[in-house]
Design a protein around this ligand. Structure first.
Ligand code: DGY
Length: 325
């Protein structure tokens, strides 16, 4: 009597993952994928992923109630290659009995590195410096050329002192920055590690030389940094955002940078990516990067493996640590 090979679970991959992760997915799933890596609309996902049990997504896909309804009841797991999950309607997933996996922890160091890249470039005028050398217009060293803001003794105000915020704080301390933070709740002393807690966000803003936006994206935080809050920052302050673009009101930030009230900004995330507010492109005092927070080889592999291990754990009836509850 010949035994049937076990049937692999059907999965759909919405974006191209790293080669090692894709190879591992092919071994474990009957995998269909979006070969050309385009950003799929909700309607396209509903059609292409019909009948799958596992849906691998990223933050570029909107997994709303219509997609979830269209893929139910076969869909059992949504696995997102991101720590953020504001692109997934979790309530709709929960009602449909679908588990949602994400990728916390493994990307904290990579995101903190990008945060420091943005901070340094915003404070030391990285965009203007690069352009000057490339343009061929550089006439040589000068005592007052492209003077920036030094970091030692400055106050860094971190909005969102979670895993990524704390990884940023570790690195920022080495640059001589004094760490302040605002969270809904104060951290235990060991996690705080000497950082100054501000129960009120407005209070932290009024003393922050550099504002670091590192909170997880969430509909409840949209528009947090509006004209009123940005005006609380000291004149000459710097704003860095590695969270989600929609936490900031673009017109308000652009006005403050244009007038020179704010010295500069470093932005890795934007509202309506990739169609960013055109006002940013016209500003010299902004350093821009295209949502690269977790973009290292090691990290993207680790994120993929975390999702694979999570799907395997769910199949065994376990609750993996990266399951959203
Ligand atoms: C995340 O992990 O949430 C990053 O922003 C990539 O989407």
């Amino acid at each position: 009597m010949s035994s049937q090979p076990p049937t692999l679970p059907r999965a759909f991959l919405c974006r191209r993952f790293t080669a090692p992760v894709e190879a591992a997915l092919h071994e474990r799933f009957a995998l269909t994928m979006n070969e050309d890596d385009s950003i799929l609309s909700a309607g396209q996902i509903a059609g292409l992923a019909a009948g799958c049990e596992v849906l691998f997504v990223t933050a570029t896909e909107s997994i709303d109630a219509t997609v979830i309804a269209a893929l139910s009841p076969s869909l059992r797991i949504i696995a997102t290659l991101s720590v953020g999950y504001d692109h997934i309607d979790r309530a709709a997933a929960g009602e449909a009995g679908i588990s949602v996996l994400h990728t916390p922890d493994v990307l904290s160091d990579a995101c903190a590195e990008i945060a420091l890249m943005l901070l340094l470039n915003a404070c030391r005028r990285g965009h203007e410096a690069d352009r000057l050398v490339r343009s061929g217009a550089w006439a040589g060293w000068a005592p007052t050329q492209l003077l920036g803001m030094g970091l030692v003794g400055r106050k860094l105000g971190i909005f969102g002192m979670g895993r990524i915020g704390r990884a940023i704080a570790v690195r920022a301390r080495a640059f001589g920055l004094e760490i302040h933070y605002h969270n809904r709740q104060r951290l235990a002393p060991a996690l705080e590690d000497g950082a100054v807690y501000h129960e009120a966000l407005d209070d932290m803003l009024s003393s922050a030389d550099i504002l670091m936006i590192a909170a997880p994206g969430s509909p409840s935080l949209r528009g947090t940094f509006d004209a009123r809050r940005l005006a609380l920052l000291p004149v000459g302050a710097v704003v860095v955002n590695i969270s989600r673009g929609d936490l900031v009101i673009d017109d308000a930030l652009i006005d403050a940078l244009h007038s020179g009230r704010l010295r500069g900004a470093g932005l890795d995330v934007f509202a309506n990516e990739p169609r960013i507010h055109p006002g940013y492109r016209a500003l010299d005092n902004v350093f821009l990067s295209p949502h690269l927070g977790s973009a290292t080889h090691e990290t993207r592999d680790a994120m993929g493996w975390l999702l694979i291990r999570g799907v395997e754990a769910l199949a065994r009836g376990e609750e993996p640590a990266n399951l959203l509850r």
